[in-house]
Design a protein around this ligand. Structure first.
Ligand code: ATP
Ligand code: MG
Length: 565
């Protein structure tokens, strides 16, 4: 499959094209991404951002970033800042169009007063529990609140006093007066305002009543002149309510379109649960490289381009499904294959002495930085008498099809020489192999076999004296199950956390060209995968996170499917 810039169309773009044809919004396209600042952005949000902002770009329109900050209890400045950083990193610029629902608190209050005056909203003294009880069920209509027929004057007076802070938290709410018998539960006199003494990250203690999300969201879109309010499927049920508010207020009406949210295998996407993983220490933080957050993916080594390509590739649909996480990994491999310099790093070192190599000789071997892109140039790798190879690249008693090093066998050291294993040194007490002795063929410099002799294995290596110590973190899925919520026994999703999702290797050796490797830079370690320099990496204490191994099962599956069809 080819990764290309978005030329795709989808049902949402089709709807927008249709609105342009009928001139429904005077030729305007204006979208927004409306996060609640109650957590860090994740890959699902990236889908929504790429969709909303990508559509505006495609149609030459505008896009806003708006924080839906109506719940002061869960919202924090840290999240407001991280969200902006992540969206910029993803490659989008909202210019001066940064808004907050909290900027509209006064307008929303006035909207509520307008509805009270129209007899379409009332102050209700039922408790939260009673309201739930009165609400009815999917099969039974609800019951009307005894406070439903309060006079307009009384409602206005009570609502004003709610705002003035004269009532206890939770003692009263403002509700829309719609229809307690509606088959749509969202229309059974939903709560518009609640009393809540909580300090808001922007409005401080100015308010002690806060609008419910449902009362704020549609009106915020309306105030901003959003043409297409794109949201996820679970808001389909609420659309009639948003319509009701906009109609009752007689204000500008955006076109709401729902799409299926992204679900990824082996991954959870709920911010509440991601916060739980952070707070309980199951991960190192929101930017733990195992997290599906954009900050986690960034630290893991993902590029914005790979994430945007992924969002493009998965497309948008009207029904929920689960995307194979292998597809995300495929996208980052595609991208890093083109741009990541190749280097040699030995993760689990085994010492090798080249017996016939001169004691003090060091040769600088020339190596291409990226065979995919010769413009990336070459570098020098020192070759010397004492080397390290990967422990798993030697087997004293190799099984069939093991083409790496074994006693008496010749292999190629990439960019080096052909070497043959002549002796194995073991720890006498544990029987563990601790050193190999080899001989090299001086006529094979660069790894060529001039006489055309067959050498099947090619190994990566580093020079013992010249290589640098490093730590490497290897990752596996954060959950052991495709569906982390599938616990079988009713226990929590945390029961499916993968105890082996992080493995830290502390005695790795990397080639000297990695000296001074800048945090955030990405490399392919030959045969080992793509790695990214961790923000905490320092010279003398290099630290790498593995983004993905090289093996690409998803691409293979695609290839096999293409062949079959
Ligand atoms: P959560 O339920 O985890 O809190 P949320 O949807 O409430 O997530 P918001 O901050 O409200 O989080 O999300 C902002 C926007 O991102 C919304 O428009 C929402 O539809 C969209 N979004 C959230 N999760 C996904 C997802 N998995 N796939 C696509 N879009 C998503
Ligand atoms: Mg939400």
């Amino acid at each position: 499959m080819m990764m290309t810039e978005s030329t795709s169309t989808d049902f949402i773009r089709d709807i927008i094209a249709e609105d342009l044809t009928t001139n429904r919004y005077g030729g305007r396209v204006h979208t927004r991404f409306p996060p609640e600042p109650n957590g860090y952005l994740h890959i699902g949000h990236a889908k929504s951002i790429c969709l909303n902002f990508g559509i505006a770009q495609d149609f030459g329109g505008l896009y806003n970033l708006r924080f839906d900050d109506t719940n002061p209890i869960k919202e924090e400045v840290e999240y407001v800042e991280s969200i902006q950083e992540d969206i910029r990193w993803l490659g989008f610029d909202w210019e001066d169009r940064l808004y907050y629902a909290s900027d509209y608190f006064e307008s929303l209050y006035q909207f509520a007063v307008q509805l009270i005056k129209a007899g379409k909203a009332y102050v209700c003294d039922l408790s939260a529990k009673e309201i739930r009880h009165y609400r009815g069920t999917l099969t039974e209509p609800g019951a009307e609140s005894p406070y439903r027929d309060r006079s307009t004057e009384e409602n206005l007076d009570l609502f004003e006093h709610m705002r003035a802070g004269e009532f206890e938290d939770g003692s009263r709410v403002l509700r829309a007066r719609i229809d307690m018998a509606s088959p749509n539960l969202a229309l059974r006199d939903p709560v518009m305002y609640r009393i809540l003494r909580a300090t808001h990250h922007r409005t401080g203690d100015r308010w002690c009543i806060y609008p419910m999300y449902d009362f704020a969201h549609g009106q915020s879109d309306s105030i901003e002149g959003i043409t297409h309010s794109i949201c996820t499927l679970e808001f389909e049920n609420n659309r009639p309510l948003y319509d009701w508010y906009l109609d009752a207020l007689d204000i500008y009406h955006p076109h709401q379109i729902e799409f299926a949210r992204l679900n990824l295998s082996y991954t959870i996407m709920s911010k509440r649960k991601l916060l739980e993983l952070v707070a309980s220490g199951h991960v190192g933080g929101w930017d733990d490289p195992r997290m599906p957050t954009l900050s986690g993916l960034r630290r893991r080594g993902y590029t914005p381009e790979a994430i945007r390509n992924f969002c493009d590739l998965i497309g948008v649909a009207k029904s929920n499904s689960v995307v194979d996480i292998g597809m995300l990994e495929y996208c980052i491999r595609q991208d890093l294959n083109k741009r990541a310099p190749r280097v040699m790093a030995v993760l689990r070192p085994l010492r090798v002495i080249i017996d016939n190599y001169p004691q003090d000789q060091v040769e600088e071997m020339e190596a291409l930085n990226n065979p995919e892109d010769p413009a990336m140039g070459t570098r020098k790798i020192p070759f010397s008498r004492a080397l390290y190879i990967e422990r798993e690249d030697f087997d004293e008693d190799p099984p069939k099809k093991f083409f790496r090093l074994a006693p008496g066998r010749e292999v190629r050291l990439k960019h080096g020489y052909l070497v043959t294993c002549v002796r194995v040194v073991k720890d006498e007490s544990t029987n563990e192999v601790i050193e190999l002795h080899c001989t090299y063929d001086p006529g094979t410099r660069g790894g060529a076999a001039p006489d055309g002799r067959r050498v099947r294995g090619t190994l990566h290596w580093v020079s013992a004296a010249h290589s640098l110590p490093a730590q490497v973190r290897l990752y596996d899925h954060l959950f052991t199950k495709v569906d982390p919520f599938d616990t079988g026994d009713g226990s929590d999703y945390k029961a499916n956390l993968n105890p082996n999702s992080l493995e830290t290797l502390t005695s790795c050796r990397v080639e000297p060209s990695l000296s001074g490797a800048v945090p955030g830079s990405r490399y392919q370690f030959l045969r080992k995968g793509y790695f990214c320099v961790d923000p905490e990496s320092r010279d003398g204490a290099l630290l790498f996170n593995r983004t993905v191994p090289l093996r690409d099962s998803w691409a293979k599956i695609q290839k096999a499917q293409a062949k079959r069809s």
